[in-house]
Write a protein that binds this ligand. Structure first.
Ligand SMILES: [Zn+2]
Length: 494
């Protein structure tokens, strides 16, 4: 046991030093010692920033150690949360079925009857990995886990430290005692998640493959095809042109150097681009972009999106479109968002009828698609006329060149949202329920702002594209709120 412990039991103060010394202090001057002990909680004193003022009288007579952990406050009291150092132990058990790592703490205790001291073991956590890669972590939840311990110069919660450390022990235990499924790794894999993956998928025996992105889509393929070469041929749709495989392999290597191969582009392009020269150009796109492209989209949606484009644009223009996607985040956002709109069947029907062919670049395509998306959402919702209490209607006035208007129905609210380019429409339910009130603010017959009132306070006021109001505009709105809205409210309740 490497910790030194302080333990108060039946009026006796015990000091168990890690050197083996055990000192008992009978509580003769009880009060005096209590304050002494209270101060003795070194961690609390350090936290208060007065460590130098304190010199304990209870340093170990043998080794001079003065750092004792207070057992009661460490294990059973959650008031003192910060501790400079605590040590616990690990034990590993391995059999044919599993690897098991147990973390435990050894603490002294004193028997009530015989007054003899003994060491008890307190279970902290158990981590188990079964031979097929299933993992479980049981962590005892008590006050001890809410405390924080000093790691370097930072306090870190004990449950977090323990979770990390127990995983390290587990990793070592598996690496040094592999079962037959992972013997082939030859101690070369140092990542626990990857090892679990290989335990779960014993037919996959390529360390490269754990670095592949979008594994979720291709797991079956990886299990079936087994080797890297077979998988790559599958991603390329078994196209036999040598130059294609060459381009694929070069970009594969580059992506692996950049952190991981993304099979999506090879997979999708080789199945949607027929002309060899077009495909060659597309597959040879910038690898950084290729690594990211389609990373956040579902394959089904990508197919719908591409089918849709293919019906309207020529293949060579489509290839040019793919090659025009840049590395910047906005381009990827617009592409992912465009693709995701194709998940909705109503949207696909709507687009087939109404889509107007635009220039084939991601901004124009996205603009046109989102226009239709807004329409589809609007069609789905029944129109509802809002009803308002009198004081709200009485507050529809013109003040300092601003006219304050209430939306008549969901239709009008939707139109306001279109004018202001914001999500006003999502307030429809709250307005119906009376929990929110929206006023549209018109200047010279044009809708310029909208405000939301909740609990009779203005909680949001925004102009077009959710821009905030200027200081002057805000003052005008506050004046209306105070002199019109609140006055009408008071009248209504008096
Ligand atoms: Zn000692």
């Amino acid at each position: 046991m490497e910790n030194s412990w302080y333990l108060k039991k039946e009026g006796v103060h015990h000091f168990f030093c890690k050197c083996g010394e055990h000192k008992k202090l009978e509580a003769l001057e009880e009060n005096n010692i209590e304050t002494e002990i209270d101060k003795f909680n070194r961690e609390e004193i350090e936290l208060r920033g007065i460590p130098n003022l304190y010199h304990p009288d209870n340093a170990c007579a043998v080794c001079n150690n003065e750092k004792y952990l207070d057992k009661n406050s460490l294990l059973f009291d959650d008031r003192t949360r910060y501790w400079s150092e605590i040590k616990w132990q690990y034990e590993t058990l391995i059999d044919d079925e599993k690897w098991k790592v147990r973390a435990f703490l050894k603490v002294p205790n004193v028997e009530s009857d015989s007054k003899k001291s003994f060491i008890e073991t307190i279970e902290l956590a158990t981590c188990t990995v079964y031979k097929d890669g299933k993992k479980s972590l049981e962590q005892k939840k008590n006050d001890f886990f809410k405390k924080s311990m000093l790691v370097g110069d930072k306090y870190v919660r004990i449950d977090r430290i323990l979770k990390e450390k127990i995983s390290e022990h587990m990793l070592n235990s598996i690496v040094n005692n592999p079962n037959r499924r992972i013997e082939w790794l030859n101690k070369k894999e140092k990542n626990l998640e990857n090892i679990l993956f290989f335990l779960e998928n014993p037919s996959i025996r390529s360390q490269d493959m754990v670095q592949w992105k979008n594994r979720i889509y291709f797991l079956e393929t990886m299990r079936r095809e087994k080797t890297l070469e077979n998988c790559l041929a599958y991603f390329l749709n078994y196209r036999e042109e040598k130059s294609l495989a060459k381009i694929q392999f070069a970009s594969y290597q580059n992506m692996m150097e950049l952190g991981g191969y993304n099979p999506m582009v090879d997979y999708v392009f080789s199945r949607t681009i027929t002309d060899m020269n077009h495909l060659r150009k597309a597959l040879g796109m910038n690898v950084e972009i290729k690594q990211r492209l389609f990373d956040e989209s579902r394959i089904e949606d990508i197919y719908h999106f591409i089918d849709f484009l293919k019906q309207r644009y020529e293949e060579k223009h489509l290839v040019r479109f793919w090659l025009s996607i840049t590395l910047n985040d906005l381009a990827h956002y617009l592409l992912n968002d465009s693709i995701s709109l194709f998940r909705n069947e109503d949207m696909r029907d709507e687009l087939n009828i109404r889509f107007e062919k635009t220039r084939l670049n991601i901004r124009d395509i996205h603009d046109e698609l989102s226009k239709h998306s807004r329409r589809v959402k609007k069609l789905k919702i029944k129109n509802e006329v809002f009803s308002y209490t009198n004081y709200l209607i009485e507050s529809k006035v013109s003040l300092e060149n601003i006219f304050y208007e209430l939306p008549v129905d969901t239709q009008e609210l939707y139109e306001w949202g279109g004018i202001l380019h914001n999500c006003l429409f999502s307030y429809a339910d709250n307005i119906s329920r009376g929990s929110s009130i929206i006023y549209g603010l018109f200047v010279e017959n044009t809708l310029c702002y909208a405000i939301e009132i909740y609990n009779h306070k203005i909680i949001q006021a925004s102009a077009s594209f959710n821009r905030s109001l200027s200081k002057e505009e805000k003052e005008k709105v506050e004046k209306w709120h105070k002199e019109v809205y609140l006055k009408n409210l008071m009248k209504a309740f008096n």
